[in-house]
Design a protein around this ligand. Structure first.
Ligand code: COA
Length: 328
C-alpha cells in the first residue's frame, strides 16, 4: 500500500442567489466603490431560506465523491468544518451522512473558524496515516448570511454562503507533503458571536442587543491575517524543504484582497501565483479554501505534480497551512 495521502476528489456548491455591492447600498450606508477598494469583493452568494449548511455540504460532497470514483458506503469518516451548523447538535457531518447514505462513516464537526477546512484536512490525513481509516470525506460549508448582522456595515459586506468538499485517501503520486496548525485563544474576542452558547443563551435581551451576530475587530484581524500568512509561507517552505519558487499556486483563505496583496507583496511572491475568487463570493469562512481549490482544479490550470500551498486563518484565532503535490 502506498504511504502517500492526498486528495482523491474535490467538489463545491454555491447558491444561485447573488447579492451585489449595489444591493448592499440599499441596505446599509455603504458604496460599491468603498467595498471594492477596501476588500476587493463585488458579489457574494446567499442561500435560499430552505437551504442549510448540510444541504450545501451534501451537494459539494456528491461532486467530490464522483471525482474520487467512490460510493458513499466506501467513506469511513466524515468531518464537517463549519461555524454555522444546521443546529448545535447533531453535527452537520451526521446530517450529510444521512443525505449521502454513507452508512459506514463515523461523523463529527469541528470548529476552527475560517481555518476549519485545513484542520479537517489534517485530521483526515492523521486518521488515514494511523491506519484507522482509508477514505475520509471532509467539507467546509457555511451559511454565514444567517449569522451576519445585516444592519452592521462593518461586517455585512464581507461574508457569503457556500460549500466545498474533498475526499482524502491514499494516492500513488504526490499528496500532502507538509502541514501545520496553530491557535491563539487569547485573541478569541477579535472575531466572535457573543451569545447563543452556554455562556449567554438566547434571551429577549440578547436578541434585542444583536448578540447573536458576528462581532469583529476588523483592524486587528487584518493585521493578524497579513502577518500569519507571511509566517506560514516562511515556515512551510523552510520545514518542507520546498523553495517558494517551486510552489505553483498559493491558495489563501479569501477574506480581503488587501490582506492578500499586502502579505504576498511582503513575501515577494507574484500575485499571479495566488488563487483569488473573493470578488465573486466574499469570505465564506471554512468553505472559501475548498471552493477556490475546486475552481482552480476544474479550470484545468492545475497539472499533475503541481505544488499548491493552502493557507487558512480565522476566528479562534486559528491558522493552518498545507503543502500539497497534485497527484491526479
Ligand atoms: C473590515 C475592513 C474591510 C475595514 O477596513 P478598514 O480600512 O480597516 O476600515 P476602518 O475600519 O478603518 O473604517 C474606516 C471607515 O470606514 C467606515 N466603514 C466601515 N465599513 C464600511 C462600509 N461597508 N461602507 C462604508 N464605510 C464603511 C468605518 O465606519 C470608518 O468610518 P469612520 O472613519 O467614520 O469611523 C478591514 O479591517 C478588514 O478587512 N479586516 C479583516 C476582516 C476579515 O477579514 N475578517 C475575517 C477574517 S477570517
Amino acid at each position: 500500500m502506498t504511504d502517500k495521502i492526498g486528495i482523491l476528489g474535490v467538489g463545491s456548491f454555491l447558491p444561485d442567489k447573488v447579492l451585489s455591492n449595489f444591493d448592499l447600498e440599499l441596505m446599509v450606508d455603504t458604496s460599491d466603490e468603498w467595498i471594492k477598494e477596501r476588500t476587493g469583493i463585488s458579489f457574494r452568494r446567499i442561500a435560499e431560506k430552505n437551504i442549510a449548511t448540510s444541504d450545501m455540504a451534501y451537494e459539494a460532497s456528491k461532486e467530490a465523491l464522483k471525482m474520487a470514483n467512490l460510493k458513499p458506503e466506501e467513506i469511513d469518516l466524515i468531518i464537517g468544518a463549519t461555524v454555522t451548523p444546521d443546529m448545535l447538535f447533531p453535527s452537520s457531518a451526521c446530517l450529510v451522512q444521512q443525505k449521502l447514505k454513507a452508512k459506514n462513516a463515523a461523523c463529527f464537526d469541528l470548529s476552527a473558524g475560517c481555518t476549519g477546512f485545513i484542520y479537517a484536512l489534517v485530521c483526515a490525513y492523521e486518521f488515514i496515516k494511523s491506519g484507522m481509516y482509508n477514505n475520509v470525506l471532509i467539507f467546509g460549508s457555511e451559511t454565514l448570511s444567517r449569522i451576519v448582522d445585516w444592519e452592521d456595515r462593518n461586517t455585512c459586506v464581507l461574508f457569503g454562503d457556500g460549500a466545498g468538499a474533498c475526499v482524502i485517501g491514499r494516492v500513488n503520486e504526490g499528496g500532502i507533503i507538509y502541514k501545520l496548525l496553530g491557535a491563539d485563544g487569547t485573541k478569541s474576542e477579535l472575531l466572535y458571536i457573543p451569545a447563543g452558547g452556554s455562556k449567554e443563551p438566547a434571551t429577549i435581551d440578547t436578541i434585542r442587543d444583536r448578540k447573536h451576530y458576528i462581532k469583529m475587530n476588523g483592524k486587528e484581524v487584518f493585521r493578524f491575517a497579513v502577518s500569519i500568512i507571511e509566517e506560514m509561507v516562511k515556515r512551510i517552505t523552510k520545514e518542507s524543504g520546498c523553495q517558494v519558487e517551486e510552489v505553483d499556486y498559493f491558495l489563501p483563505h479569501q477574506a480581503n484582497m488587501r490582506i492578500i496583496d499586502s502579505a504576498f507583496r511582503k513575501l515577494n511572491i507574484p500575485i499571479d501565483k495566488v488563487v483569488v475568487n473573493l470578488d465573486k463570493y466574499g469570505n465564506m469562512s471554512a468553505a472559501s479554501i475548498p471552493v477556490a481549490l475546486d475552481e482552480v482544479v476544474k479550470s484545468g490550470k492545475v497539472k499533475k505534480n503541481d505544488k499548491i500551498m493552502l493557507l487558512g486563518f480565522g476566528a479562534g484565532l486559528t491558522w493552518g497551512g498545507a503543502l500539497i503535490e497534485w497527484g491526479i
